[in-house]
Design a protein around this ligand. Structure first.
Ligand SMILES: Nc1ncnc2c1ncn2[C@@H]1O[C@H](COP(=O)(O)OP(=O)(O)OP(=O)(O)O)[C@@H](O)[C@H]1O
Ligand SMILES: [Mg+2]
Length: 256
């Protein structure tokens, strides 16, 4: 089954009465369980693609099906429920609420989606949050504020938050963009694990090392998909050098 099916997607922004066709007839599919990276020059439309297919931004024309549901047919309330219940988001500049602890930020989406009713279900949420924080190695910062943690810790907290409602699919816009090599590796390790456990992932990245850990890379230029490169499932560090080489040669061919 496809998790995402995009047909003739167009997105036009109008700024100062001037029309900017940012996405031009994009068609693509992402299979369930697949991890897809999107690469391309700055301004080519990568973020716009991620935001439109995930319903964060409306589309000008075309059709987007998310696990068989036409998101264009949903009203605002249905769309926000779908986002909260079935999608997870990770961005480069993550926003957490300043007046809440890291822990409270992580569990917030569970309460927003109405999962926190009753003692039993609150316990489930707490257990899941603890387990996620443990897996991502940030248990010790649970009670910290967001300005009392490192960039890598904050990013991992954001991943916990994006996973708290067990999403079917994660959308990540340069999830490692603000991180050093080591933190970036840790974040990718988690995304790879989540993906192996069944969550579909679509991520935008400039980093070849990140792309090399995906199953497939799409190259977007000037609002159209210029090509795709299928790497197959990432199996571990041993294969990295080879995969990176393949990606870098291919990107060169693409003129990146
Ligand atoms: N909200 C908006 N209103 C108007 N124009 C926008 C908006 N968001 C993006 N754009 C324009 O759309 C184009 C594509 O932007 P987008 O953010 O998708 O690029 P990108 O590929 O993600 O670039 P980068 O690698 O720098 O993040 C750019 O020309 C940008 O100026
Ligand atoms: Mg972008």
């Amino acid at each position: 089954m496809e998790s995402l099916r995009v047909k003739d997607l167009c997105k036009t922004y109008i700024v100062n009465k001037r029309q900017n066709n940012v996405l031009k007839n994009i068609s693509m599919e992402i299979k369930e369980g697949e991890m897809t990276a999107v690469m391309g020059p700055s301004g080519s439309g990568k973020s716009t693609l991620l935001y439109t297919v995930s319903g964060m931004d409306d589309i000008t024309a075309g059709k987007v099906d998310f696990f068989g549901r036409d998101i264009g047919s949903l009203n605002a309330k249905q769309m926000s429920e779908l986002r909260l219940d079935e999608m997870g988001f990770i961005f480069q500049q993550m926003y957490m609420l300043k007046n809440l602890s890291i822990y409270d930020n992580i569990i917030l989406p569970a309460y927003q989606s109405g999962r926190g009713k009753g003692r039993e279900r609150r316990k489930e949420i707490n257990d899941r949050a603890r387990e996620l924080m443990h897996k991502l190695g940030i248990s010790e910062i649970a009670e910290h504020d967001m300005n009392e943690v490192s960039g890598g810790q904050l990013q991992r907290a954001c991943i916990c938050r994006s996973l708290i409602n067990n999403p079917k699919m994660i959308f990540a816009d340069e999830p490692t963009g603000a991180l050093n090599q080591q933190n970036s590796r840790e974040v990718m390790k988690e995304l790879n694990r989540i993906n192996r456990e069944g969550t579909t992932v679509m991520l935008v990245t400039h980093d070849m090392k990140v792309a090399a850990k995906s199953d497939r890379v799409l190259y977007i230029e000037d609002g159209t998909i210029k090509g795709e490169y299928v790497l197959g499932k990432y199996t571990g560090e041993d294969a990295m050098r080879e995969r990176e080489k393949k990606i870098s040669n291919w990107l060169m061919e693409m003129g990146f």
